[in-house]
Design a binder for this molecule. Structure first.
Ligand SMILES: [Zn+2]
Length: 170
């Protein structure tokens, strides 16, 4: 029998070690690839033009090629990480920790692992949680899931618990 997906090498093809060996430029390229599926072409968040937009190295931003638009945008513009101050590698670490800890990760633990203040980690974990449902439209949140669905289970009786009675006091 084949090993479970999570036990196979493909299930752990990205680790903290990979991020540690990464330059900030490589992390930037990875963000671009995750966002647009390409390191050479970007989609303007304003007008939607797909092109190799003008790269402004000093600002780490692109300027839209569309003359009528000319919008400046970064790899995180329009996402929950827009206007981030932390290095992209730190954001990558945070995302990796978040998705690897299936039972969730507290902001305090996150702050210790990635070396940021508790308040910073608190905002970060909330942003990642927001990103999970970011693209979902209101109506799709109530639609039944289809395809292969994995869910956690819990048994709830639905009955109201009987109130506690203090017999000794009577
Ligand atoms: Zn544009």
């Amino acid at each position: 029998m084949a090993a479970h997906f999570l036990l196979r090498p493909i299930g752990r093809n990205f680790s903290c070690k990979d991020i540690d060996g990464m330059t900030e430029t490589r992390a930037h390229a990875l963000f671009a690839r995750c966002r647009w599926g390409s390191e050479t072409e970007q989609i303007c968040p304003d007008c939607g033009t797909v092109a190799s937009h003008y790269w402004i190295k000093s600002r780490k931003q692109w300027r839209c090629r569309e003359v009528a638009c000319g919008r400046m945008f970064s790899v995180t513009s329009g996402t929950v990480f827009a206007d981030h101050k932390l290095p992209l590698r730190t954001l990558l670490h945070a995302i990796l920790l978040f998705v690897s800890n299936v039972k969730g990760i507290s902001a305090l633990t996150m702050s210790r692992y990635i070396g940021v203040a508790y308040s910073t980690a608190f905002v970060l974990v909330h942003k990642i949680r927001e990103a999970v449902t970011y693209e979902q439209e209101e109506e799709s949140k109530t639609k039944p899931l289809d395809g292969l669905v994995h869910v956690d289970g819990a048994h709830l009786s639905g009955r109201v618990r009987k109130p506690r009675v203090n017999k000794e006091g009577q």
